[in-house]
Design a binder for this molecule. Structure first.
Ligand code: TMO
Length: 323
């Protein structure tokens, strides 16, 4: 075969391969409707939602970030009004998420490598004020030392914003704790109080979680409540209080999942594959939060910097259909 004929045969094979590929896989994006990604109210979620957004846009999708609260987001995803959540925390969201998955309205897109804990927490110096911590049984004996003017003689517990439903009051009742819950207005307010209390070594007990940037900046511990079991929150007879639910702590080693509207896979199938492949480690989540809360980047700049820092993992997450 002369060189020209050879080239032409090659071109023909190339063209027909492409045509075949196109007839099997719809072009990306399969739909130009925007993928509505949920934007919650804590830093790692905001950054990693934008990481997902920037990666989906790289592949060719239209996206929107839509603010939603931790509980209302699930019925909205079930209805298809919202489409994607990158951080589903077992300790705050399992019940509402499971309900949508069981009804077939949401898809469980798998767990990240990272495991999670969401619990009452204190900076280490509080042990000097309340010996016996981290055991929860130490709390009542030092309630007055952990009190604030508005809670005395009860200890003050600084919880997160109200949409992070934590059932703190149920737990306080079930375990007979002399503690009053005060809700912070935002994650920034929560950790702002920690910062000023720690600067003056004042007692503080507050909600915290892991992975997060806080543990690296302020050494501290979670309070150890009776071990969590799913029956603890459904069966009053389970646990040390035979008449009440929530006589236990939050899950230790809880899951962190991705979840989507059940119609996502059919409508944006290549994007679905991409999200399925994504798996965050604990340190990846710590970094996402620290870029904003410690380094002061905006959420979208942090997402872009995060993607740069994790180029190798990102390349591995990109599915074949994206190229
Ligand atoms: C859902 N959160 C990480 C704030 O506990």
């Amino acid at each position: 075969m002369n060189p020209l004929a050879k080239l032409m045969t090659g071109a023909l094979v190339f063209t027909s391969t492409c045509a075949f590929a196109l007839s099997v896989h719809a072009a990306v994006p399969e739909s130009s409707d925007p993928i509505k990604i949920i934007d919650n109210n804590w830093s790692s979620q905001k950054v990693l939602a934008r990481v997902a957004q920037q990666l989906l846009e790289q592949v060719g999708y239209e996206t929107r970030l839509v603010p939603a609260d931790s509980q209302g987001q699930f019925p909205a995803m079930g209805l298809g009004d919202l489409h994607l959540q990158m951080e589903i925390w077992e300790g705050t969201m399992a019940q509402n998420f499971d309900k949508e998955v069981k009804a077939g309205r949401m898809t469980d897109m798998g767990s990240h490598v990272a495991t999670t804990r969401e619990e009452w927490w204190y900076p280490n110096y509080v042990e000097e004020i309340c010996p016996g911590l981290p055991d929860w049984k130490a709390l009542n004996a030092c309630a007055e030392k952990l009190a604030a003017v508005e809670t005395a003689p009860n200890a003050r517990y600084l919880a997160g914003p109200v949409d992070w439903i934590k059932h703190d009051q149920e737990r306080i009742d079930a375990l007979g704790l002399n503690v009053t819950v005060v809700n912070a207005g935002s994650a920034a307010a929560l950790f702002g109080e920690l910062k000023s209390a720690a600067a003056r070594k004042e007692p503080i007990i507050l909600f915290n979680w892991s992975p997060n940037w806080v543990g690296a900046a302020f050494p501290g511990k979670f309070i150890e409540f009776p071990e969590y079991s799913p029956e603890c929150v459904t069966d009053p007879s389970w646990g040390i209080n035979p008449d009440k639910t929530y006589d236990c702590g939050n899950p230790v080693g809880g899951y962190l999942k991705k979840g989507a509207w059940s119609g996502f896979e059919e409508k944006w199938s290549c994007g679905f594959e991409l999200i399925e492949n994504i798996s965050f480690t604990g340190p990846m989540i710590d970094q996402a939060a620290a870029m904003v809360d410690v380094d002061g980047l905006s959420h979208s700049d942090a997402a872009a910097a995060w993607i740069k820092q994790h180029q190798q993992e990102v390349a591995e997450w990109m599915p074949a259909c994206a190229s």
